[in-house]
Ligand binder design. Structure first.
Ligand code: NI
Length: 251
């Protein structure tokens, strides 16, 4: 049994063969997928998908690359978040790689997401790209009760700091890449009860098909790589990451 803790099945890259992708997932070992909203439209689609497919749950929020701090947007996100299959707020955070929105706006949006998550008692899905220190500082100051550092990309020292705050660390297919030395080291310092796996599909396809469109079934390759790094059986990694995802998403 596998749990893809972070996917974007609502992405337009799945439009053409959506039903085939669903069929592929349901006939695989993937039992649960959290579809994560990146803007208002995709958050609505995530909720729709969760209504239609029993194995899909939704997260709602605005990605830092589309950060928008207007009340209207947050009122809508809040309304969506009351749906019974919404299990998290996000993704939100900071993206200094694309830097497509001024950093002060990204920070304000991130803080509003933290406040909303805490108000609704939901975990927060955190996006951190090239913004590790600022992400950490905001989390430390505003203290989401529960959070997932999604698609972890920082150092092992940083992983330890996030874990000290009580948060979960989610590894994507990038841990399978040949240049992933730092990620391999980070995997080793995350307590087994804080470890999650994800695809972030359609992005970040793991080896051996890096560069192709990703989909939730490929979370298997991330699980296999983590098993190899930790010297655990594949089944053991599947089981513990499944239990961890169930716990953080309160399923
Ligand atoms: Ni994502």
């Amino acid at each position: 049994m596998l749990f893809d803790s972070h996917a974007h099945l609502d992405d337009a890259k799945f439009n053409e063969d959506f039903e085939e992708v669903i069929e592929k997932i349901t006939s695989s070992a993937i039992k649960t997928v959290v579809d994560v909203g990146a803007d208002l439209e995709s958050s609505k689609k995530a909720v729709e998908l969760s209504e239609k497919y029993p194995f899909i749950y939704a997260a709602v929020g605005i990605h830092p690359c589309d950060a928008d701090t207007t009340d209207i947007v947050f009122d809508e996100i809040k309304a969506l978040a009351t749906h019974k299959k919404v299990v998290a707020i996000g993704e939100s955070g900071l993206d200094y790689y694309w830097d497509s929105v001024p950093r002060d706006v990204q920070k304000k949006s991130f803080i509003r997401h933290i406040e909303l998550a805490n108000e609704l008692n939901l975990p927060l899905i955190v996006h951190d790209r090239d913004a590790h220190q600022d992400t950490f500082d905001i989390l430390k100051e505003y203290k989401p009760k529960n959070a997932i550092i999604h698609c972890f990309s920082a150092s092992k020292e940083m992983a330890k700091e996030f874990v000290k705050l009580g948060y979960y660390i989610s590894f994507s297919g990038s841990v399978t890449f040949k240049n992933a030395k730092n990620l391999v080291e980070a995997v080793k310092v995350v307590p087994l009860d804080k470890l999650l796996i994800e695809t972030d599909s359609p992005y970040l396809c793991p080896e051996p098909t890096r560069g192709k469109r990703n989909d939730p079934t490929k979370v298997e390759f991330t699980a296999r790589k983590i098993a190899e790094i930790l010297g655990l059986s594949y089944e053991n990694v599947c089981e513990l990451t499944y239990e961890n995802a169930k716990r953080i998403y309160n399923l």
